[in-house]
Design a protein around this ligand. Structure first.
Ligand code: G4P
Length: 293
């Protein structure tokens, strides 16, 4: 199976440095940091420098897209983050599920001490300021739109598109700092890059679609074999390879090209699309280390 050229995906180090500086400069303006990650790959979808960058600030991890992730695994991740000292809440910014828990988690848990201090000093009415951070496509705009209750125009996280930082006011005396800049994930190893490619968080050009689908099928065969059985009537066997699984899916779906060959490209597109849209069920791509669940 092809390997990824890691050099290809070490994108825009200059942009990252700029974002790092912006976060550092704005940190003093906020009471807490809300970091959004993808529930299907909570570690791969965050920038590992975030802990260092936001050191000393209370932090809430929002496990977004929880509608697409395995519920049991999401609970393990919540425990994992709590054990590592950050409060964590699962949300689905598409339907709004879990969002009612976000501000109470911030005020009653993440910022409990500050809120008590303010109460004592007669400052209970002071605004709570939050910085929202996360890699592109993880759901930052969706979250802000949901919390702010209005459809705000999305500005794309594209190099060259200038965004200025903006404060978004919510009803209940809370202000969100929507950070400009691009906070790329860090591709420390191939496995991280592959998980990001599965969810569509990084460009599909990095890996050809058939390689991507074959890797995904192998992961599913090992971890979620029922999803392949239910969706494609393919029961993974011991000696299956990514290619044999892809061919089986193509065959079951009648994706043939002339001469009786299987159209593996079409099958690959189908598998990847159906995974991303949740049609293969709720699937988590990485799990916390056992002792930290
Ligand atoms: P960003 O600002 O961090 O870049 O992310 P954004 O909110 O634009 O969300 C990226 C994509 O993820 C959007 O899909 C959005 O609808 C989807 N999304 C965000 N939160 C959730 C969630 O909790 N569950 C699911 N299933 N999807 C979520 P899109 O295809 O780019 O646009 P569209 O489908 O909204 O048209």
């Amino acid at each position: 199976m092809d390997n990824i050229d890691m050099k290809q995906i070490q994108w825009f180090p200059g942009h990252m440095a700029k974002t790092r500086r912006l976060i550092a400069a704005n940190l003093k303006l906020v009471d807490a940091v809300v970091e959004i990650v993808d529930s299907r790959s909570p570690l791969s979808s965050r920038n590992p420098e975030m802990d260092q960058m936001t050191k000393g600030k209370p932090r809430l991890v929002l496990l977004n897209k929880s509608d697409l992730a395995d519920e049991k695994a999401t609970q393990m991740w919540i425990n994992y983050f709590r054990n590592s000292g950050a409060e964590a809440v699962a949300v689905d910014c598409k339907s709004g599920k879990g969002l009612k828990n976000v501000l109470p988690a911030i005020k009653n848990k993440v910022l409990r001490e500050l809120m008590e201090k303010r109460e004592k000093n007669g400052m209970a009415g002071a605004a709570v300021r939050l910085m929202i951070v996360g890699i592109p496509n993880v759901g930052k705009s969706s979250l802000i739109n949901r919390l702010a209750g209005s459809k705000r125009a999305k500005v794309e996280d594209r190099p060259g598109v200038t965004r200025t930082k903006q404060w978004v006011k919510l009803d209940n005396n809370t202000e969100l700092l929507d950070m400009p800049g691009v906070l790329w994930p860090k591709f420390e190893d191939q496995d991280i890059a592959v998980r990001l490619a599965f969810t569509g968080a990084i460009s599909d050009d990095i890996l050809d679609i058939e390689t991507l689908a074959m890797k995904l099928l192998m992961f599913l065969a090992e971890n979620y074999p029922k999803s392949l059985e239910e969706r494609y009537k393919v029961v993974p066997e011991e000696d299956d390879t990514g290619l044999s699984l892809l061919e089986k899916v193509g065959k079951k779906r009648g994706m043939m090209i002339s001469g009786g060959e299987i159209n593996t490209e079409r099958a690959a597109i189908t598998v990847v699309d159906e995974f991303r849209s949740g049609k293969l069920g709720r699937i988590t791509l990485e799990f916390p280390p056992k002792k930290e669940q």
